[in-house]
Design a protein around this ligand. Sequence first.
Ligand code: CAA
Length: 262
Amino acid sequence: MNNYSNIIFEIRDDYYFVKINRPKNLNALNQDTISELKQCFDFIKKNSKGFFGVILTGEGDKSFVAGADIKEFTGLDQKASIKFCMNGHGLFNNIETMPIPVIALVNGYALGGGCELALSCHFRFATKNAQFSQPEINLGIIPGYGGTQRLTQIIGKSKALEMMLTAQMINSDQAFQFGLVNKVVEDNKNGIYECEELIKTLKRKAPIAIKNIIKSVNNFYDINSDGFQEEINLFSECTSTSDFDEGVKAFIEKRCPDFKGE
Ligand code: CAA
């Protein structure tokens, strides 16, 4: 399981830690890294019980992920580019639909596919030196790992178009103003602390409700799903859990609930 060359994967007490580890290439996502991340997130999805979050970050203090690996673009033709995009889409969709929240700790450049990777996570914390951009237009392409969709969903059409059409780089304060990041943190160390604090908060919540909130919110963006109907289904699913009984009982008894994820 830990036979990775491009990422570091750690199972910590009650959360998973994933770090993209190609600092010489500013953690650019080559196809091997995408494969390793796929393997890792498949494992996390199957083994989420008893874990309350995932921290995803990049090695070093210069870059989260500087995009897809441009060195692999040479000779990329129309047919191969479809496979290229689908690989990224598969991974990013998997991250977006994880049953436990994934926090991107953006510690430096989040460019192109790096910004798109952060967008697929449920929370984004950015260090003061973080920089976000969708610079694909400078290479004569468009974002290919879901950026045209998720950036628009998250920051709205005007700002998303501005970022994608001009390739402008925005800093963490601007990203916070745009609603692109949840929180600005001082540096890597403080970022890990803040992520762990968030995980502590999530640990006190009902795991099945967390999973169903993620699912229900994702339904909003799925044109094939009736989000309101799905919400009813997911709500009623929660009422059949013992955590629901415990939550109500704890409220009445004026104590903190002790959720078991059952
Ligand atoms: N792919 C491959 N290698 C990359 C890379 C990338 N996206 N970004 C940086 N690197 C490599 C550089 O080639 C360099 O390696 P060498 O020393 O072997 O030449 C090393 O990382 C350090 O980079 P720089 O010397 O360029 O560092 P810098 O501080 O001068 O500049 C930077 C930093 C502004 C981030 C610059 O590296 C840069 O512009 N990178 C490309 C960013 C980009 O265009 N990303 C989008 C990719 S396309 C995409 O992601 C499509 C999609 O939607 C999936």
